[in-house]
Design a binder for this molecule. Structure first.
Ligand code: SF4
Length: 373
């Protein structure tokens, strides 16, 4: 294997649970967090790379709330990764941050560990919207956190916002976007709220003051227009960046490059195999790793996965690459579907390949399903 891989580290602990969230996380105390760090390091140490000293060019601490980790806990985990893998000098190392966990001096110390990218969860600048989501922080917490990160020398910061959330209006979203553009983070993720089964929002669904479908659609395109006019590139369905600041880590998922995930619910794609860990934190802490890691698929990506993942980004795919992998011309037997996508301006199709348009991104699932055989 020549291409460097990505490492994902799941930190399943939060201060409290946001009402819309279905990620694997708990509100465990500091003692549980400390035991978890030991277990995560054990998993990294015991991972069988197949004898190779594997090159790594992205490390991503996601969660959960990785910024609940202390400086020394983060350092120990990074040491374990560096001992097991060959971490390249220019490795993109990201930590997700909840502004509610921010404390003075934290970012200086993080920077000194080699962390060079932060992903801060803002969601909205409006207190009523933040409260409705169950977020623990205020907008002023975020501003303090962002300024302190800049001061510590972070020149690659991503900020998450959400669209289609309770109480959001086109005007309130516009204010959130204006503030973001003023602050000029290098990367912005704009996620549409999805009400997931099993979350408090699923139970409250009928009482939530949610925007309707056409307002949601308008919010998506307003976001697209505003950010593009501020020099951001809309490079993936929900992601925007300044040139050269695309998330190296997330691109691995969409471009079918290998990655290894550690921690409960983490997924991996490594040496032609895909596997994932149990979501059960207790089982993760107590069972043999061999018993809590499950095979998802043995073998290369299939046609459907290739199409679904590749079309999530503006890079799409080239017909020649598809032919090399699957042995036939992608356009064969899809003539009607492709001409419909062009007619409705959902895709750009050239002699070389295909990508979705912003309209195609918005309808990505239904646009892509048309192309699956
Ligand atoms: S902080 Fe993030 S992971 Fe934790 S509950 Fe909220 S949305 Fe979920």
């Amino acid at each position: 294997m020549t291409e460097p891989i990505g490492i994902y580290l799941h930190i399943p602990f939060c201060l409290s649970r946001c009402l819309y969230c279905d990620f694997v996380s708990s509100t465990g105390d500091d003692g549980e967090l400390s035991a978890y760090v030991d277990r995560l390091i054990l998993e990294i140490n015991s991972f069988d790379t197949g004898g190779a000293r594997v090159k790594v060019d992205s490390i991503f601490f996601g969660g959960g709330t990785p910024s609940r980790l202390s400086f020394s806990q983060l350092g120990r985990i990074l040491d374990a990764v560096r001992a097991k893998f060959e971490v390249l000098a220019d490795c993109e190392t990201t930590v997700e941050v909840n502004p509610a966990t921010y404390s003075e001096g934290y970012f200086d110390r993080l920077h000194s560990l080699g962390v060079n990218r932060l992903s801060i969860g803002l969601q909205s600048i409006h207190e009523n919207e933040l409260r409705a989501l169950g977020r623990r922080h205020t907008y002023s917490d975020f501003l303090e956190c962002f300024a302190s990160a800049r001061q510590a020398g972070f020149d690659n910061i991503s900020v998450d916002i959400m669209l289609g959330i309770p109480h959001q209006t086109e005007a309130s979203l516009e204010a959130t976007l204006s503030e973001l553009i003023r602050l000029a983070p290098e990367h912005i993720s704009a996620y549409m709220l999805i009400i997931e089964e099993g979350t408090p929002f699923a139970k409250m669904k009928d009482t939530l003051a949610l925007p309707n479908e056409s307002q949601e659609r308008k919010m998506y395109f307003d976001t697209d227009n505003r950010l593009i006019s501020a020099d951001y590139c809309h490079y993936e369905v929900s992601n925007f960046s300044k040139r050269g600041y695309e998330s190296r880590h997330n691109l691995k998922y969409w471009t079918l490059t290998d990655y290894i995930g550690f921690g409960p619910s983490a997924h991996s794609c490594y040496l032609g195999k895909r596997f994932y860990n149990t979501s059960d934190i207790h089982a993760y802490m107590t069972e043999d790793f061999g018993n809590i890691r499950f095979t998802e698929c043995d073998g290369a990506y299939g046609e459907d996965e290739y199409i679904m993942l590749k079309l999530r980004t503006v890079y799409g795919f080239e017909f020649e690459d598809f032919r090399r992998r699957f042995g036939y011309d992608f356009r064969e037997g899809r003539e009607d579907e492709l001409s419909d996508l062009e007619l409705f301006q959902l895709a750009f199709i050239t002699d070389r390949g295909i990508t979705l348009t912003p309209q195609g991104f918005f309808l990505s699932n239904s646009a892509i399903v048309k192309l699956l055989k």
